[in-house]
Design a protein around this ligand. Structure first.
Ligand code: AP5
Length: 213
């Protein structure tokens, strides 16, 4: 299956994609994670993306389309994958359709994470991310046992630059302006499934399994 997780920043796409990936053995293709890795490794992709990411803007379409085009060629994607954070606007969605059509594949479902903006701000303000393994924490909801240290790998746990309040507001605005219109695109393709993402993690997981089945 090829599943797209569509939703605003902080709606829990990454959290649920990781759980589903473990459960179903489909890889999670997160353009945000790929770009952050490229930034850390100071690759050409990373340098091209850095400024836009730090300011909460979308990186150029062709850059992420190339990234996804190369990734879906890999062997672990043969039986399906979860797209987390891609596509994010109409040109990316159209490019994805073309990439998949060229490989005689098609999207199985697009899950829309529905959640009020006020909850997003609270979730992102409290999110902390491990610099080593990428494990995610929340200062109130899921704190690490030792403040600032990852329970899993012992590396430092920090706030993402783009999780600072002013950048979060920008990312939410960009979601409403550029990404939200994809709901109409995928509803037109009869692929859109709705999910109440404002519940606790366990309840969201359970509802996700229900809508996918
Ligand atoms: P990206 O990393 O994709 O960020 P995002 O879409 O803004 O999503 P987030 O990672 O912020 O949130 P999420 O929905 O995954 O929520 P999470 O599970 O982490 O992109 C970053 C940047 O990269 C973009 O701004 C852009 O510059 C660039 N980029 C990436 N893709 C691109 C593309 N296709 N085109 C152009 N540019 C692109 O959860 C958030 C917090 O809430 C965590 O602390 C978590 O523990 C907590 N939480 C999760 N679920 C729950 C729950 N149910 N209840 C309570 N707390 C919860």
């Amino acid at each position: 299956m090829i599943i797209i997780f569509l939703g605003p920043p902080g709606s829990g796409k990454g959290t649920q994609a990781k759980k589903l990936a473990e459960d179903r053995h489909w890889p999670q293709l997160s353009t945000g994670d790929m770009l952050r890795k490229a930034k850390t490794e100071q690759t050409a992709f990373g340098s091209a993306a850095r400024k836009a990411m730090d300011e909460g803007q979308l990186v150029p379409d062709q850059l992420v389309i190339d990234l996804i085009g190369a990734r879906i060629e890999m062997a672990d994607c043969a039986n399906g994958f979860i797209l987390d954070g891609f596509p994010r606007n109409l040109p990316q969605a159209q490019a994805l359709d073309q990439l998949l059509a060229a490989r005689r594949k098609t999207i199985s479902a697009v899950v829309l994470f529905q959640i009020p903006d006020a909850v997003l701000v609270e979730r992102l303000a409290g999110r902390r991310t491990c610099l080593g393994c990428g494990e995610m924490y929340h200062l109130v909801n899921f704190p690490s046992e030792k403040a600032g240290i990852c329970d899993r790998c012992g590396a430092e746990v920090v706030q993402r630059l783009d999780d600072q309040a002013d950048v979060v507001m920008k990312r939410i605005q960009i979601y409403h302006h550029s990404t939200e219109p994809l709901q109409v695109y995928y509803r037109g393709q009869k692929k859109l499934l709705l999910l109440d993402a404002s519940q606790g993690v366990g309840l969201v997981s359970r509802e996700l399994m229900g809508v996918l089945s």
